[in-house]
Design a binder for this molecule. Structure first.
Ligand code: UD1
Length: 344
């Protein structure tokens, strides 16, 4: 059974492709490599023991997407493709609305014309890469799915609009089956060290930055504020191993295929870690020092953010298994084996 992964060569997409293969599905990667590396495809072939089908192009091209859907007739689509840098989204909002929102519309239209037209291959089924960023700055922890939504930047706004569009589509046309997965903070890498996160330029996110400091690519980490109302003053997040996240997609697809109606769930561990706890865990896992300096808060950051992941367990039978130690050990194996990422 084929599953089409838009953005399948990216960080979360590539790990999900391997997990799907291991679960007996046949992943088909669709990517334009605008924020991923073609070398991923060789790594995927090594991990799965066979070439993984690739469709190279943009989700913005609706007609081409229709052709891809007709050619492969995938049972479902997982929509990862999009842009995700918060700071860039503030500077270039239209880029975010175009690629994320227009991209989603383009995919939905292509799926609609193939699945709701004559001789449909089956009902339209979609898993969407959502984000905990749609909760804004919640008043209490842990976060459940019924918390009010808000946004403080165009990236978050785009994720929220897409969720709302998906709801409207499901309401209008009940044949659709849609699973929205709100990711908390994905980190780590495949335990083989063959695939991992390879951000272009200076990493925005904590774990890849820490990994680059440990490997000697950068001198030190700047901690964005140590005066938050948290136990050690630094921000607390719900880091989730990308392998657990990938399994979350497999569980979501199984649920949709089994006829579960549409759903929206948090994918997190339910356990918060502070910036300094991540640094210490990474030093332990790597055996390398990670020098830190304390800087000012980063604009837009919140003090605390962690999930109540119990709905995903109830609905999908999915639960995160891996802790911070495994996240750091696997991120380190990837980083030390590929100091320059896929360019190595
Ligand atoms: C960020 C995005 C979020 C997105 C998520 C994707 C922002 C404000 N939020 O979440 O919308 O969904 O990435 O993974 O960018 N930190 C440092 N020094 C650094 C980098 C980070 O101290 O060099 C701290 C941050 O202040 C925060 C924690 O580490 O407390 C995690 O930061 P990050 O990895 O960027 O994730 P989020 O900000 O939670």
């Amino acid at each position: 059974m084929k599953i089409l992964l838009t953005g399948g060569a990216g960080y979360i997409g590539s790990h999900t492709a391997v997990a799907l293969h291991e679960a007996g599905f046949e992943p088909v990667v669709l990517d334009d490599f605008s924020n991923s590396h073609p070398a991923v495809m060789d790594r995927l072939a090594r991990l799965t023991g066979r070439p993984v089908a690739l469709e190279r192009g943009s989700v913005l091209d609706t007609e081409w997407l229709e052709g891809v859907l007709r050619r492969h007739a995938p049972a479902a689509v997982v929509h990862f493709a999009g842009v995700k840098a918060v700071g860039e989204s503030v500077a270039q909002p239209l880029k975010y609305f175009r690629i994320n929102i227009e991209g989603a519309i383009s995919l939905l239209r292509a799926m609609e014309s193939v699945h709701l037209g004559p001789q449909p291959p089956g009902p339209p089924m979609l898993v969407f890469s959502g984000s905990a960023t749609v909760y804004g700055d919640p008043a209490r922890m842990p976060i459940t799915e019924d918390f009010p939504l808000s946004h403080t930047n165009p990236y978050a706004h785009s994720k929220r609009v897409i969720e709302e569009m998906l709801q409207a589509v499901c309401l209008a046309q009940p044949l659709w089956r849609v699973g929205v997965l709100r990711y908390f903070n994905p980190v780590g890498a495949h335990p083989s060290g063959l695939i991992g996160e390879d951000p272009a330029g200076i990493p925005n996110n904590l774990m890849p930055y820490v990994a680059q400091v440990a490997v000697g690519r950068r001198p030190s980490l700047t901690v964005f504020g140590n005066d938050y109302p948290t136990p050690d003053g630094t921000g607390q997040r719900d880091y989730i191993h990308v392998q657990d996240l990938a399994e979350g997609h497999v569980a979501a697809l199984r649920a949709l295929l089994a006829g579960t109606g549409s759903f929206t769930v948090n994918l997190g561990t339910g356990r918060p870690s502070s910036v300094l706890e991540v640094v210490r865990a990474f030093e332990q896992a790597s055996g390398r020092p990670v020098p830190v300096q304390i800087g000012p808060r980063r604009p837009g950051d919140i003090a605390r953010c962690w999930a109540d992941p119990s709905l995903a367990e109830r609905l999908l039978g999915w639960k995160a298994r891996l802790g911070l130690e495994a996240m750091c050990a696997d991120a380190w194996r990837w980083q030390s084996g590929n100091p320059q990422g896929y360019a190595d």
